[in-house]
Design a protein around this ligand. Structure first.
Ligand SMILES: [Zn+2]
Ligand SMILES: [Zn+2]
Length: 192
C-alpha cells in the first residue's frame, strides 16, 4: 500500500500540512504552503508531480520554490489556479483518473471552501485539503466560499469512506474517516 507522509509546516505561526505520496515509481508532493526546504527534504528526486488542493496562501506560498527545485509538473483545478495566477499547470477536473508514478489517483472537484478545491483519492485514503478539518470543515466565511457547496462536496467524498480510510487534511493530525463520521458535527448524515 502506498504510504502518504504528512509534512507539518509553520505558516507564520499557523500550522499547515503538505503531504508526500510515496508512489511505487516516485514521490508526489501535495500542496506547498511554507518551509519549502522541509517539503523538499521529504520527497525523493525526481519528484513526479506537485498536486494542489486549493489556492489559499497557506497551501501554495512555497509552490514556486518547490517547483523550481524539482522541475515537477503542477496539477491544479483551473478555477483556483487562475484565481491565484498559477502558470503552466495541468488542469484537474471532476472524476479524472490520474496515474502518476504508478499510483492511481481519483480527482474529485470539492468546492465550498474555495471554488476550485479538489480532493485526491489514493487507495482508500483521501487528501481533502481544507474540505474536512479535525471536528470541523473548511471556513465558508471567506471570499469564494459557500456552505451549500461544502455540503454537496462532503456528500461526494463521504460515500467512498471505508473503515480504514484516513483523511489527510490541510491542518491538524491525520484523521480517521470513521471517527470524523461519528464525532464531527459539521458532516451531513450519509444515506445509501
Ligand atoms: Zn484554505
Ligand atoms: Zn488551509
Amino acid at each position: 500500500m502506498t504510504e502518504i507522509e504528512q509534512i507539518p509546516l509553520d505558516f507564520g505561526g499557523f500550522g499547515v500540512n503538505a503531504y508526500v505520496i510515496h508512489a511505487p515509481d516516485g514521490d508526489i508532493i501535495v500542496d506547498a504552503g511554507a518551509e519549502p526546504e522541509k517539503i523538499l527534504a521529504a520527497a525523493k528526486q525526481p519528484v513526479a508531480a506537485i498536486l494542489i488542493t486549493h489556492n489559499h496562501a497557506d497551501h501554495i506560498s512555497a509552490l514556486d520554490e518547490v517547483r523550481r527545485e524539482t522541475g515537477a509538473p503542477v496539477y491544479a483545478h483551473p478555477t483556483d489556479a487562475d484565481g491565484a495566477e498559477i502558470e503552466d499547470y495541468e488542469p484537474l477536473s471532476d472524476g479524472q483518473e490520474l496515474t502518476i508514478a504508478g499510483e492511481d489517483i481519483l480527482v474529485l472537484h470539492t468546492p465550498g471552501h474555495s471554488p476550485g478545491s479538489v480532493t485526491f483519492v489514493v487507495g482508500e485514503d483521501q487528501v481533502v485539503g481544507d474540505l474536512v478539518l479535525p471536528g470541523s470543515v473548511g471556513r465558508t466565511d471567506i471570499s469564494g466560499a459557500a456552505w451549500e457547496e461544502i455540503e454537496v462536496s462532503l456528500r461526494k467524498v463521504m460515500p467512498l469512506w471505508k473503515p480504514g480510510t484516513r483523511l489527510l487534511a490541510g491542518h491538524g493530525p491525520v484523521l480517521s474517516a470513521m471517527e470524523e463520521m461519528k464525532n464531527n458535527p459539521y458532516l451531513p448524515p450519509v444515506f445509501d
